[in-house]
Structure formats: structure tokens, C-alpha cells
Design a protein around this ligand. Structure first.
Ligand code: FAD
Length: 450
């Protein structure tokens, strides 16, 4: 098959949908959205587990209550999305050791401060080194080594560095975070956005400008246009492409470019770190953990860093669901993705019995998302190292001819977040509209000359 449009958007995650919406609002109606999977949403994805709706991808609206309003929080308010305030501040007082004892708050506070100080010191050292002036100022800080230090170090680095370095999400939109717990899912926000410009009926998108199960494998461009080739041998032609696939997919060379991407582009793509973040859901026959809000988040201190460290109960959002969530990242995520879920369940039970004693019941169900092995994702989100050359970011974002890049990894201030992806989509579409305007001007100009 063969068709031609003004703009093809590759990917129907939040950035792709917000990009398409802005184009439609600006009169570009002959657009086409090609999505590899059988659904919209991308890294926003709910699944029914233990009778409730759980979020395998983005789970929180982060950055609420500040001087500026988070646009995703506004969309959530407009859609009536069900959300719960998350208070992480207690987590440090709920740190269990391997014998099930909770560390006294004094020790926890001291270890916390030590970990923050050491992270700040490391950052200063890195800054000094990257700035060239060698380490007269740099101090040697002892790396974290005890289980509690390792646990806190993991929380600081693999979750958020807010205590160490200001994060735009929290400085601009506020420090609060809200857990999304809605039967319609976080992804309901995407359907609400799509409703404004695509034909929908009874919660389903029926518009043939959205094509699901279209796996893009090649993008060819010439001076006059682009051709997008899919895995099943179809091709689509357009004046421009907006490419919203993740940084992990770009790194995997899943999509081939003809002509190849210039070297400055492909090198920048390899330089961005991909984080893997895995929320494992466990359902139990009954609740054996303290279900109060002050114990919503708890930490397991083990001598292996990141080993089933960060836990959450779902009693606030879904009372009586008897669900626990444990979060793994990076190496641990990749490890559990590669093993059968029964092994993961067994490991988690050993950890839980360390914390809550031998008599607790086995989990009756487990859900392990696999973001790393998903060929349409290849990771959870981008991470630009704090000390990194800003040029890497600008190069990742910059268009190559008629190919425009979008997605959370192209948001300068909010990469790694839903609102980052949302704002990136808007930003990229504006750049495309500007380019179209310029191209039209040149065309009109040359016509007048004739
Ligand atoms: P995506 O959602 O990945 O959209 C890209 C789309 O492109 C996908 O639908 C994909 O299927 C499609 N695609 C890929 N390859 C192809 C191809 N070859 N052809 C066609 N289509 C293709 N953010 C928060 O704000 N709060 C959180 O609490 C939070 N937690 C997270 C937890 C996890 C586990 C993960 C994975 C992410 C989390 N995030 C969170 C980040 C947030 O989910 C992302 O930043 C955002 O959803 C990314 O949107 P996107 O449009 O950039 O990319």
C-alpha cells in the first residue's frame, strides 16, 4: 500500500499524540500516526492485576504544587483522573535490616545525611575534573559500604537526585508527586487528548490516520520528501517525519536511515544513558505488612546494592487489594527480565521473610514488566549524566533534514517524565510547522519569479 501525507508521526506515546494534536490544531489534517504495538500509550500502560488497575510504566504525576502548573496535572484534573498524594519522606524511617529490625531513626538520618554529603562531594569532584583544574579541591569520599548506606545510596541515585542537585520538575512545578490509581489508567489522558483531533467512539479511536501494528524499520529521505518503510513491507510517504521512538530504540539501530544519520547525530545518540526501571507487582492472599500511610514506602537493606530495596504497599490507593510493589533498576532489572517470574517470586519471598518473618504467605500472583527486552522500548527512560556536555542533548534533539525528533529524551528540562514527553511533542511540532512555513515561502517565492 502507498499513501502520502504532510507529516508522519512514528510512535503513539504521549509525545507522539501531543505532537499530532498540535499539528491538527494548526490545520495539518493529513497526518498519519504509525505505532508499532497494538495500542497507544507507549510507556504509559496499565494492566489489570489482582482485580485492580496497575501502572507498569509511568505511575506518578511528578512536580505538583509549585509556582508553575504542570500541564499533565492540568490534563489529569480536566479528565477527573483518580490520584493519591505520595509521601516518600517517611521511607527513610522504614528501613529494615535482614533480621527484620527497623533501623532507629537516628541511624537512618545520619546515614542519609552521609550519603547525601558523599554524593555532593562526588559531584564536585567530577565537576572539578571535567573543568580541567585537577583535584586540589577534590576529596576522597568513602564509598557507601554497609547495607543501610548502600540502600540509601541506591534510593538517592536510582530514584532521584533532588537532594543533591536541583531537578527542574520539582523546582518549577513543585515538590509533590501524585500516584495515579484509576481503573481507566494513566493512559486515559492520552485518549482524552486524542479525542480532540481523532475520530473516536465509545472510548475507542476509529480514525484511520492512526495505524497500529505498523513497525517502522526504515526511513529514507530525499530533498523533496521522506518515505517510511514498515516491517510488513508497506511504505508511506510524507513531507516530514516526527520520530518519537525512545532513545533505547534509537540506540538499538532497529530503524535504518537512508542516507545514514550524520555522525554527530549517531554519536550523540550513543552518549545518552538509558535507565531501566522495573516495578514488580506481587499479590498476596492477605495483608501482613503495616498498611498505614506512614509505612507506604519501605526499604530493605541488603549487602548487595539495589537488591529488592524499594517497596510500596497499595493500601492507600486500593485498600484490600493486598498488593506490594518492589522496584528494581538497571542491572537488577535486566537480571530479573532474563529469568522466569517464578525465580523472581522466590527471591522476593526470601526478602519479605527477612523483613516480616517466616510465617508470611507466599504471593499468589506476580507481574514483571520487561521494558528492557521490549524491542519497541529498550529501556525505561533517558538519563543525561549531571556532568555532561549540553551539546549531546542539542544534537539528540536536532532535526536531520526532514526528520524531526521528539520524545522525553528531547525535553531539555523534563527528560524522563510524562510532562517532558508531552511538552517535547508540542515543541517539535512547532519546529515542523515553522519549517513548513519556510518551505512554503520559498516555493511561493520561486513561483512569483516564474
Ligand atoms: P513512548 O511512550 O515510548 O512512545 C513511543 C512510541 O513509539 C511507543 O508507543 C512505541 O511502541 C513506539 N515505537 C517504538 N518503536 C517503533 C517503531 N519502530 N515503529 C513504530 N512505532 C514505534 N514519568 C513520570 O512522569 N512519572 C513516573 O512515575 C514515571 N515512571 C516511569 C516508570 C517506568 C517503568 C517507565 C518505563 C517510565 C516512567 N516514566 C515516568 C517516564 C514516562 O513514562 C516517559 O517519559 C513517557 O511516557 C515517554 O513518552 P514518549 O512519547 O517519549 O515515548
Amino acid at each position: 500500500s502507498h499513501s502520502s501525507s504532510s507529516v508522519i508521526i512514528v510512535g503513539a506515546g504521549v509525545s507522539g499524540i501531543s505532537a499530532a494534536k498540535v499539528l491538527a490544531e494548526n490545520g495539518i489534517h493529513d497526518l498519519l500516526i504509525l505505532e508499532a504495538s497494538d495500542r497507544i500509550g507507549g510507556r504509559i500502560r496499565k494492566e489489570t492485576f489482582g482485580g485492580v488497575s496497575v501502572e507498569l510504566g509511568a505511575g506518578w504525576i511528578a512536580g505538583v504544587g509549585g509556582k508553575e502548573s504542570n500541564p499533565v496535572w492540568e490534563l489529569a484534573a480536566k479528565s477527573g483522573l483518580r490520584t493519591f498524594f505520595s509521601d516518600y519522606s517517611n521511607a527513610r524511617y522504614n528501613i529494615y535490616d535482614r533480621s527484620g529490625k527497623i533501623f532507629p531513626s537516628g541511624i537512618a538520618t545520619d546515614s542519609y545525611q552521609k550519603a547525601v554529603d558523599s554524593a555532593i562531594q562526588n559531584l564536585r569532584n567530577q565537576e572539578a575534573e571535567s573543568g580541567g583544574h585537577h583535584s586540589s579541591t577534590s576529596k576522597v569520599t568513602e564509598p557507601p559500604s554497609t547495607p543501610i548506606e548502600l540502600a540509601i545510596d541506591f534510593i538517592l541515585h536510582d530514584f532521584e537526585m533532588a537532594e543533591v542537585e536541583p531537578i527542574s520538575t520539582f523546582t518549577e512545578f513543585g515538590e509533590r508527586e501524585y500516584l495515579v490509581a484509576d481503573e481507566r489508567g494513566y493512559e486515559y489522558l492520552l485518549y482524552k487528548m486524542a479525542e480532540d483531533f481523532l475520530h473516536t467512539s465509545e472510548g475507542r479511536i476509529l480514525d484511520n490516520r492512526l495505524k497500529l501494528n505498523q513497525v517502522v524499520r526504515g526511513i529514507q529521505q530525499s530533498r523533496s520528501g521522506v518515505r517510511v518503510v514498515t516491517e510488513d513491507g508497506r511504505f508511506y510517504e510524507a513531507n516530514y517525519v516526527v520520530l518519537s521512538v525512545s532513545i533505547g530504540v534509537l540506540q538499538s539501530d532497529f530503524i535504518s536511515f537512508n542516507p545514514p544519520l550524520p555522525r554527530w547525530k549517531s554519536e550523540a545518540i550513543t552518549k545518552c544513558e538509558v535507565m531501566v526501571y522495573t516495578k514488580i507487582f506481587l499479590q498476596f492472599p492477605y495483608k501482613f505488612w503495616p498498611g498505614c500511610p506512614e509505612k507506604e514506602f519501605f526499604i530493605y537493606a541488603h549487602d548487595r546494592r539495589g537488591y529488592y530495596t524499594f517497596w510500596q504497599h497499595m493500601e492507600s490507593a486500593y485498600p484490600g487489594s493486598n498488593i506490594l510493589v518492589v522496584t528494581l533498576t538497571n542491572g537488577e532489572s535486566k537480571r530479573v527480565e532474563a529469568q522466569p517470574d517464578t525465580d523472581t517470586l522466590r527471591e522476593a519471598m526470601v526478602v519479605l521473610r527477612d523483613m516480616f518473618g517466616p510465617d508470611i504467605p507466599d504471593a499468589i500472583d506476580i507481574l514483571v514488566p520487561r521494558w528492557w527486552n521490549n524491542r519497541f522500548q529498550r529501556g525505561s527512560y533517558s538519563n543525561y549524566p549531571i556532568i555532561s556536555n549540553p551539546q549531546v542533548f542539542y544534537d539528540i534533539k536536532a532535526p536531520v533534514g526532514r526528520i524531526f525528533f521528539t520524545g522525553e529524551h528531547t525535553s531539555e528540562r523534563f527528560n524522563g517524565y510524562v510532562h517532558g514527553a508531552y511538552l517535547a511533542g508540542i515543541d517539535t511540532s512547532r519546529a515542523v510547522l515553522e519549517e513548513m512555513r519556510k518551505e512554503k515561502e520559498t516555493e511561493d517565492g520561486s513561483q512569483t519569479q516564474l
